[in-house]
Design a binder for this molecule. Structure first.
Ligand SMILES: C[S@@+](CC[C@H](N)C(=O)[O-])C[C@H]1O[C@@H](n2cnc3c(N)ncnc32)[C@H](O)[C@@H]1O
Length: 258
């Protein structure tokens, strides 16, 4: 692990910094150790509730995830919605960018080359798939297995923070939003996108691969605009991708001038 990456990390529970010890990260204050597997630090704790349920879903569907998306847009003869998501991001050359719930990394292909990309996800299988594609795409990314509600990063280290496609079913969406704010530099625009209720009803509850995870009576999904702390600025929500996705954006206030 490069020293720059190490310098951005902290224990997601205590916020103390790490030192590298062999193929592990060691909390310098408490001695707690987190393993690193195939270059990916592992921060997932004992999961319960919907995080456990959806980790198992994504571990299972990871092998076919990209193909399913390609086929979907090919059959529908529709352009991929990812252009619309990426258009919301503010990314300057050389920016340090974090995608929370990065999955197989499908958004990276739509981002500029000259960035430092960091991705965190709950599912090892999704990350493993992403890692293999990086070689093919000749791109770099630093990956982490962890939970959106326990980000292993220091305060105010990212120039761009975004999430696509999982927050509807995070165990703790409010805390996950606060974590995204914690790691973003002052002035950063934060972008959160997920599917609208219509997609869950018309697609996931009918698809044989996913319907067991979305039984009738699954709590209705909604844009979590009410979970954005009121001190955030420019809080906006709108539907994109023909109403299939909501896009919630807001800006962390800039640091006061000295
Ligand atoms: C629909 S996929 C989207 C992946 C990627 N963002 C994309 O646009 O293709 C949702 C991802 O969120 C991840 N995820 C779900 N709950 C999570 C959590 N609590 N913390 C971090 N990642 C989570 C899943 O493992 C999955 O890879």
């Amino acid at each position: 692990m490069e020293s720059e990456v190490l310098s951005l990390l902290c224990d997601p529970d205590s916020r103390y910094e790490f030192e590298l010890e062999g193929s592990t990260l060691r909390n310098t204050a408490t001695g707690r150790v987190y393993p690193i597997r195939d270059g990916i630090p592992l921060f997932v704790s004992t999961l319960t509730g919907s995080n456990l349920k959806y980790q198992s879903l994504y571990d299972r569907i990871a092998p076919g995830y990209d193909l399913a998306e390609t086929l979907y847009y090919w059959i529908k003869r529709k352009p991929n919605y990812r252009h619309e998501v990426v258009a919301e991001l503010e990314i300057a050359p050389g920016a340090r960018v974090l995608e929370v719930g990065v999955g197989t990394g499908a958004n990276l292909r739509y981002l500029p080359q000259d960035i430092d990309f960091y991705g965190l996800d709950l599912s090892w299988s999704m990350l493993h798939k992403f890692r293999k594609k990086l070689k093919k795409w000749r791109r770099n990314a630093q990956l982490f297995q962890g939970e959106a509600s326990r980000l292993p990063f220091r305060a105010e280290v990212f120039d761009c923070v975004f999430h696509v496609g999982g927050i509807n079913f995070f165990s703790d969406p409010a805390r996950s939003i606060r974590e995204m704010i914690w790691v973003a530099k002052p002035g950063t625009k934060i972008v959160i996108v997920d599917e609208t209720e219509k997609v869950v009803r018309d697609h996931y509850q009918k698809n044989p691969a996913t319907k067991a995870y979305f039984p009738p009576g699954t709590e209705a999904v909604r844009c979590p605009i009410d979970l954005v702390p009121e001190e955030m600025q420019e809080i906006k929500a709108r539907e994109i991708a023909d109403g299939k996705l909501y896009c919630l954006t807001f800006r962390k206030p800039a640091a006061p001038a000295r």
